[in-house]
Design a protein around this ligand. Sequence first.
Ligand SMILES: [Zn+2]
Length: 275
Amino acid sequence: MIRQLGGWMKMGIAINNAKIKNTGIFLAICLLIPFASISWADDVAVSNTIKGKADSAPKFIYLTFDDGPLKGSNDVSEAVELEKIKINVFVVGSHLKAGPRMRGYFELYTKNPYIEIGNHSYSHAHDSYSLFYSKPELAYDDFLYNADILKLKNKLARLPGRNMWRLKNRSIDDVKSGSKTADLLYSKGYTVFGWDLEWRHDRITAVPVQTVEDMVYLIDTMFAKKKTVTENHIVILCHDEMFMTSWEESKLKELIEKLIASGNFRFEHLSNYPQ
Ligand SMILES: [Zn+2]
């Protein structure tokens, strides 16, 4: 009903827009009323969705964790096993060089049935993104090397430092540099995933920036306003190091449990992302 109202109001705006050139200030004032109403209707739509009343279509959440294995990978692995939810990790092979602890964390990933492992390059672009992407063939080789040494089973990729997507039906770039590497990966059979929403963290303390409540609100708002790449599907970017706490105190646990309790959300693997 609210959507319908929004549609009628939009029609009202179109009609008013056509007349306004001829009828002057009076209609211009009338025009302001539907604008105010639309913003009100949108807010109600968002707030109703948060309460689970408006749109009953299932909503799919893809929790993705970049840059592992890292400190915190063991906590994430344990978390998803306890909650029995599917997640994706995008791994960086060079992190295994740090020693047996990181190799052990990678083992945890490979043995965990709730975790699907994707490729985030071997070197993480040496954190010099523009230089790395200036040579797309070398960048692609870095991904290939990562897949070889880690024996990655699927062809899911995420570019370091870039929010780029290469799906069967869509190609999205956040910036230009990296675009050719994404194309090359896609031409070699990779699906490249960016993200719809990032759960950001403090670079020094690794503590999550947005609260759990902020995240639930943002997820709901993006679904309600159809701001995700694919309607009813949201890809969320996190990093393992954000959750270096016991499971009982974990913000990740809190988010997962709030999402499960608040609506008809399903956690899925990116290999099942529609395209
Ligand atoms: Zn990364």
